[in-house]
Design a binder for this molecule. Structure first.
Ligand code: 5AD
Ligand code: SF4
Length: 468
């Protein structure tokens, strides 16, 4: 197993999510999701489209007539995981389920297209991220004709804004709300602009209506999602709403609703947005601010459009406007041409910023990207691995020290459910996005609880409820 899969990557799913509720309908679909939060949100849209199309949803592979896998293409090992799963499904089909249809959805579908059908003969259905409305028709076609069906057209408009997601795997407390799709940034290492297409923003009214409905259903937290939420913009002729204004408007729906967002690009993080964090109590004091690297020349090769110094200035500005705000980041180890010195700049930037959390990856070359075409993937695997280990070790130490500094402080925790380890404890997140565990007492899911921190690990705060 590679290091990558051993580290906790909160932005991704370690364990794929499977459809859990049964929706009625004669033909049953089993839907499995890999990848980022955006994919989880997309699967909720897919579930809704399928239900409207008369299909049922099942959590049991044994009763599935159709297996759909919503995939991720961001790193090679993400694709390998899906390939292994597809092979399992094919074996299942051969072992007595000849009529079972297998479909690949999402980023891998977009990247590999007909290749999945023609060369590898792995699947019956290939559907890209902008073609989910077409799923019922494509499934019907494949069932009627026995032929494979494909739609990988990318759109400049599709935001699925009128589709009410079915939150089939929800804890009933916290929900994802997709606000934009695609990415125009073209970071040189990243395949997302090719798999998810051009950036487009969903209408303000449909976003607010969805958040309103979530509040009415008892949800207490929304995480608004996009590949690059900070460049959200909707409207025309001097009547546009930008991301800061959108977050502000969502936060005004209810003081009981916490607002988070993911993921942002440092180049677009505005002072207006930082002021919304400061002024709106229910906009969480936490920003995921992916730096990717700590060296300016490397950032240039990555086409990130900021230097180390500009990034550090942004961190200072953020902390001066919103004192105590928690920061997390994404870091890539071993990108093309990286020297020991450049790698050390990443470590020194981490020591300067002292992130609360980080998602850390080994560079994986992706076909079709600028880096693949222009640079050599020349850092040996072993070197990538040892640099990543150094980065992870440093981050664990910083996370632990930051958490130790929380001992004795008080936090408001939104309870998400029982603790995974102990049934008599609850777990939830603090405003600054730290996982907090404490004795259940009389509290339950969806409660806001004041907790004093008494102990910690590098990943979790341990506390006790403050009574009275
Ligand atoms: N190799 C390794 N990590 C990558 N990421 C994106 N593309 C690659 C790649 N080719 C990481 C970036 C991004 C996160 C979602 O995934 O850090 O922010
Ligand atoms: Fe990929 Fe860069 Fe867009 Fe993020 S901002 S999705 S890393 S191209």
């Amino acid at each position: 197993m590679s290091l990558i899969t051993e580290i906790p990557v909160l932005s991704e799913l370690d364990v794929p999510r499977a459809s859990t509720v049964r929706a009625t309908g004669d033909i049953k679909v089993y839907l499995e999701t890999y990848g980022c939060q955006m994919n989880v949100s997309d699967s909720e849209i897919i579930a809704s489209v399928l239900k409207e199309g008369g299909y049922g949803l099942t959590g049991s592979l044994d009763e599935a007539d159709v297996v759909l896998i919503n995939t991720c293409a961001i790193r090679e090992n993400a694709e390998q995981k899906v390939r292994r799963r597809l092979n399992e499904m094919r074996a299942r089909k051969r072992r007595g389920r000849p009529d079972m249809k297998i479909g690949v959805l999402g980023c891998m579908a977009e990247r590999l297209r007909e290749k999945l059908l023609e060369q590898e003969k792995l699947v019956d259905l290939v559907v890209g991220p902008d073609a989910y409305r077409d799923l019922p028709r494509l499934l019907g076609e494949s069932m009627d004709t026995g032929q494979a069906a494909v739609n990988v057209l990318l759109s400049r408009e599709e935001t699925y804004d009128d589709i009410v997601p079915i939150r089939y795997d929800s804890n009933g407390v916290s929900a994802f709300v997709s606000i934009m799709r695609g990415c125009d940034n073209m970071c040189s290492f990243c395949v997302v602009p090719f798999t998810r297409g051009r950036e487009r923003s969903r209408s303000v009214s449909s976003i607010l209506a969805e958040c309103d409905a979530l509040v009415a259903q008892g949800f207490k937290e929304v995480t608004v999602l996009g590949q690059n939420v900070n460049s959200y913009r909707f409207g025309q002729n001097g009547n546009t709403v930008d991301f800061a204004e959108l977050v502000n408007r969502i936060s005004l729906i209810s003081d009981e609703l916490r607002v988070r967002y993911s993921t942002s690009h440092p180049k677009d993080c505005s002072d207006e947005l930082l002021h919304v964090h400061k002024e709106r109590e229910n906009v969480c004091n936490y920003i995921h601010l992916p730096v990717q690297h700590g060296n300016t020349a490397m950032l240039e090769r990555m086409k990130r459009t900021y230097s180390r110094e500009e990034y550090l200035d942004l961190v200072d500005r953020t902390r001066s406007i919103v004192p105590g705000i928690a920061l997390s980041t994404d870091i890539i180890a071993g990108f093309c041409g990286e020297t020991d010195e450049e790698h050390n700049d990443t470590l020194s930037l981490m020591r300067k910023v002292r992130y609360d959390q980080a998602y850390m990856f080994m560079y994986s070359e992706r076909p079709g990207t600028y880096a693949e075409r222009k640079f050599e993937d020349d850092v040996p695997d072993q070197v990538k691995r040892s640099r990543l280990t150094e980065i992870i070790t440093l981050q664990s130490q910083i996370s632990l020290e930051n958490n130790q500094a929380e001992i004795g402080t008080e936090h408001t925790v939104l309870v998400e459910g029982r603790s995974k380890r102990r049934d008599d404890q609850l777990s939830g997140r603090s405003d600054n996005n730290k996982m907090v565990v404490f004795d259940r007492g009389t509290r339950g899911k969806g409660d806001y609880v004041r907790v004093r921190i008494t102990d910690c690990t590098s990943a979790t705060l341990i506390g006790e409820e403050i009574h009275g």
